[in-house]
Design a protein around this ligand. Structure first.
Ligand SMILES: C[S@@+](CC[C@H](N)C(=O)[O-])C[C@H]1O[C@@H](n2cnc3c(N)ncnc32)[C@H](O)[C@@H]1O
Length: 274
């Protein structure tokens, strides 16, 4: 079930062309195990057949499914915790105060994976900012992976997923159990709109955002791609809006238009000259 160096090179090129994600030399074993799991799930052929189908077939849907099987979708509710404290204690109170006349707020969770980040924000808003209940709230979550978006849209999570990062109080308040799964409260679910956006392709209309969370995805891109994505984020952030990146990501030495804002352990970003 192993890939030849030639096959692995082909898969790397396919992934980078379609998603911008760069796979290092050390990721071959990971890719092999992802593809083996894909073959098991779909009960189809061998690794050899899969690679030749990818090389020869023009079946875009098949190609997409294989790519999605390789992408890393690691996420959790309230991932890293402190950025959500920063949202709750600083960013949301500040922007809600500024927008209180227009009563509108737009938030984009880009590369949202199975939706835990967007639902964490929805629960934070519902729990701590009841004043925005009747606002025009635009909470968009996007990912390249249709498989992840389908899971996110179902609002259904495994026990293991609700055990990670979600305070017990919020589990009891906003989820109910259905068999082995936990279903999110429809009022939280309907706060989030999901859509497919590939960050390295032209973006569909998304409008200027008050807050953009683009966490743990730039890390997989090369420097040029990070630069071009951050330049586009600039066009989609309101002049006083905030950008959140992952713990291992930064705008430093990539895009001078951003400045850092520190709050406790969190560093988030704003456009300069606000
Ligand atoms: C490691 S997860 C991060 C999820 C979430 N943002 C977080 O921090 O927990 C990375 C996500 O980026 C998505 N992704 C990878 N390349 C992408 C691209 N070109 N455009 C949009 N999403 C992409 C993957 O499908 C995956 O769901």
């Amino acid at each position: 079930m192993s890939l030849t160096p030639y096959d692995y090179k082909f898969i790397r090129r396919l992934l980078v062309n379609e998603t911008g994600v760069q796979l290092g030399d050390n990721k071959q074993v990971l890719v092999e195990s992802r593809l083996a799991a894909f073959l098991m799930r779909n009960k189809t052929g061998s690794m050899r057949q899969l690679i030749s189908s990818l090389r020869l077939s023009r079946d875009i849907d098949f190609q997409r499914k294989v790519i999605e099987a390789i992408l890393i979708n690691e996420t959790s509710f309230f991932r890293d915790a402190h950025p959500f404290n920063c949202l709750k204690e600083k960013v949301l109170p500040e922007l809600i105060e500024k927008r209180k006349d227009r009563k509108s707020l737009s938030i984009w969770s880009a590369a949202c994976s199975s939706g835990q980040e967007a639902f964490s924000i929805a629960m934070t808003l519902h729990e701590y900012f009841p004043q925005v209940d009747n606002w025009n709230l635009d909470l968009t979550a996007s990912d390249i992976s249709l498989d992840m978006l389908e899971r996110a849209q179902s609002g259904t999570f495994k026990q293991l997923e609700v055990n990670r990062g979600l305070p017990a109080r919020l589990l009891v308040r906003y989820f109910h159990q259905e068999g082995l799964r936990w279903k999110i409260d429809p009022k939280i679910k309907k706060m989030v709109q999901f859509r497919r956006i590939n960050l390295i392709e032209p973006w569909p209309y998304i409008g200027r955002q008050d807050i953009i969370l683009m966490r743990n995805v730039l890390i997989y891109f090369d420097m040029e791609t990070r630069k071009s994505v951050l330049a586009r984020v600039r066009q989609h952030l309101k002049p006083d809006g905030y950008l959140f990146l992952g713990a291992a990501e930064t705008t430093l030495n990539i895009d001078k238009a951003y400045e850092q804002v520190r709050h406790g352990r969190t560093i988030c970003y704003r456009l300069k000259n606000v």
